[in-house]
Design a binder for this molecule. Structure first.
Ligand code: DI6
Ligand code: FE
Length: 403
């Protein structure tokens, strides 16, 4: 007997690139895994389950995957938001010692418990919008102790909430104040101490860097990637967000799971990503919040067959949001993705961006039973409504939790 039977649901399995909707069907779940999927008329009397739920013809999708967040931080940047409204640019604020560094100050001051409590508020919001797997980056500690603290807090959030957390070490996010003007010396610290220690303690599932004019150079990024490779960790990259540094091609050279942002991506970068199987992670929240005008080259990515994921980039400086369904709307409205592409971007392709495609991101027998039931009949409704949250029920490892 199965643990749970979801019947009378329209299934968007996301198991191929169509995001097609099935005729009313059923999904059975056993021991946290999807056991069987079928059409309603195949549901004979022999199919028994401990619990049954009538989906009343609603849409069932894979649990959403937010594959790019900076969720663990203290404080906020509302003051900087005001400064930008008065005309200051994100780069100017960063160069004047604000921006990422101001969040670093507050994150360093916070103890583990305070940092966890502040981050848990955001994590619960993500869950209420249907997220069942989230990637969380460090990057607001920027010292050995503080980067490890952020990763530890991220791991603990995953242990204490019904959501899977994947952690990414982003020590190469910004140059910390004590290394002012000595970016190479800070990279020494990252590759000789921070990264090896995070790897030894198994606190990081991947390694990321910010390769840009206000971040790190391609040469510095390469050193971080080489260290990651030496420790057996996959890489990802904040690439071509504010300028073209050929970061996507560099990431692809290292077989990166993903290259993220990509507003300034060129053809050579897209081709390299396609060859390496690197996922393009689109972050429309940051594009919107910074009032960026350079749109990521979607047609180019489509032409090269690069899978596109969509994520919140949840962070205090450029994308203060925990609303993944809203990102579907923005990806369609601002980047001209189709609603089907947007949905695949937070399921199938997001799983791949985290190296989890084998057991997440689609509704298929044997995969983890992470599912969302929506007050909707068609995937376009999920992307269409601005800021609505049509989530009806959410299942994590086959279990429903009060959120
Ligand atoms: N790019 C971003 O959009 C975030 N980090 C990065 O490398 C912004 C982080 C922040 O401003 O706090
Ligand atoms: Fe980011």
């Amino acid at each position: 007997m199965a643990d749970l039977l979801l019947r009378n649901v329209r299934i968007v399995s996301c198991s191929d690139d169509t995001a097609a909707v099935s005729a009313p069907g059923f999904v059975s779940i056993d021991q946290g895994r999807i056991e069987r999927i079928g059409a309603l008329h195949d549901l004979d009397g022999s199919m028994r389950a401990e619990h049954e739920i009538d989906g009343e013809g609603r849409l069932l999708t894979p649990g959403l995957i937010d594959c790019h967040t900076h969720l663990v931080y203290a404080g906020d940047r509302a003051r900087e938001f005001e400064l930008r409204l008065q005309g200051a640019s994100y780069e100017e604020i960063a160069r004047a010692g604000g921006g990422i560094r101001s969040t670093v100050r507050l994150t360093r001051e916070a103890g583990d418990d305070a940092l966890e409590a502040a981050s848990a508020v955001r994590l619960r919001e993500l869950m209420r919008h249907g997220v069942t797997t989230v990637e969380i980056k460090s990057g607001y500690g920027l010292s050995l102790a503080d980067e490890l603290k952020c990763l530890r807090v991220a791991r603990r959030l995953g242990e204490r909430h019904p959501i899977d957390v994947r952690t990414t070490l982003l020590a190469a996010h910004a140059v910390p104040p004590e290394f002012d003007g000595r970016a190479d010396a800070y990279i020494d610290e990252v590759v000789q101490h921070i990264l090896p220690e995070a790897a030894r303690l198994r606190l990081a599932d991947a390694v990321d860097a910010f390769c840009d004019t206000i971040g790190f150079t391609p040469a510095q990024t390469r050193r971080v990637f080489e260290a990651a490779r030496a420790h057996g960790l996959p890489v990802k990259l904040h690439a071509e967000q504010l300028s073209n540094q050929q970061g996507a091609a560099l990431a692809a050279d290292f077989g990166a799971l993903s290259a993220d942002h990509l507003e300034h991506l060129d053809e050579a970068g897209a081709a390299a990503m396609a060859r390496a199987g690197t996922v393009a992670v689109l972050l429309p929240g940051a594009f919107y919040f910074l009032r960026d005008t350079v749109v990521p080259p979607i047609a180019l990515l489509r032409r090269h067959g690069v899978p596109m994921a969509v994520a919140t980039d949840c962070n205090p400086g450029t994308s203060p949001t925990t609303h993944l369904p809203l990102m579907l709307n923005m990806a369609c409205t601002l980047f001209r993705l189709t609603p089907a592409e947007a949905l695949l971007g937070v399921t199938r392709h997001a799983a791949r961006a985290l190296g989890l495609a084998a057991n997440r991101g689609s509704i298929e027998a044997g995969k983890q039973a992470d599912l969302c039931l929506w007050d909707a009949e068609h995937p376009a409704e999920l992307a269409y409504a601005i800021g609505a949250s049509p989530l009806r029920r959410r299942f994590h490892h086959g279990r429903e939790h009060v959120l």
